[in-house]
Design a protein around this ligand. Structure first.
Ligand code: DX5
Ligand code: ZN
Length: 217
């Protein structure tokens, strides 16, 4: 299956967000939006208001990564704002099955994200109900961190857990660049999230092509 590339707008210039999105519109597969609350992670980023503004300037599916406590309280707001896919952290959801069901009731794809220290096997009883698993390859909270190599092994373990099926999709987020992107593709990742590698460049389109494995831009 072709790898999908999801640029993370966290590393874009927020004063020129529409321009940044326009640069990747025709080459990206999804747009990744990082929601942080200053509690689950030590940083505060965007809310539904920004998602709604982004929705107006792109036709790309919006992949909303919720790094917040009690995400259930905000799912409908983000869906209304234009989220097509929403991932919640297993570490933030005591009733994960209910949360996943709620995302589906809202008509969005449901993902479950796991921090580096969380074993993949915690997903054993929910894997059949989610559309994608988000393997964090950094501790969430900030763009531009170094890739955590054990994430490669975790991708393999998610594949083992899903058995012969090719669903849920496997998304990897954090520290993705040319080298680590090739490693996670080889390990079987379906969706690569990249912030600083894409938007930290003068030529985001070329960077996206590199992440797909086309070394010639
Ligand atoms: C980190 C976020 C990532 C971030 C990735 O907490 O979830 O999506 O934007 O940024 P890079 O690609 O720079 O590591
Ligand atoms: Zn993210």
């Amino acid at each position: 299956m072709l790898t999908r590339i999801a640029p993370s707008i966290l590393s874009a210039d927020f004063a020129r967000l529409a321009d940044a999105i326009a640069q990747v519109e025709s080459v990206a597969d999804l747009l990744h939006l990082d929601v942080m609350d200053g509690q689950f992670v030590p940083n505060i980023t965007i809310g539904p208001f920004i998602v709604e503004a982004v929705r107006k300037v792109t036709t790309l599916p919006l992949d909303v990564h919720m790094m917040i406590v009690e995400p259930d309280r905000y799912l409908s707001d983000f869906r209304r704002a234009g989220a097509d896919m929403m991932s919640v952290h297993v570490e933030a959801c005591p009733h994960l099955e209910r949360t996943i069901d709620q995302i589906h009731q809202l008509g969005a794809l449901a993902g479950v994200a796991i921090n580096p220290a969380t074993p993949v096997e915690v997903l054993t009883d929910i894997i059949g109900e989610v559309d994608y698993v988000l393997v964090m390859s950094v501790n969430p909270g900030f763009g531009g961190q170094a890739f955590w190599p054990r994430a490669i092994d975790k991708i393999g373990r998610v594949k083992t857990l899903r058995g012969a099926k090719d669903r849920p999709l496997i998304e990897v987020d954090g520290g993705i660049n040319q080298q680590t992107g090739a490693q996670v593709r080889a390990a079987g990742a379906d969706i690569l999230v990249a912030g600083s590698f894409v938007f930290g460049s003068e030529d985001p389109t070329a960077r996206i092509k590199i992440l797909r494995g086309n070394e010639e831009p």
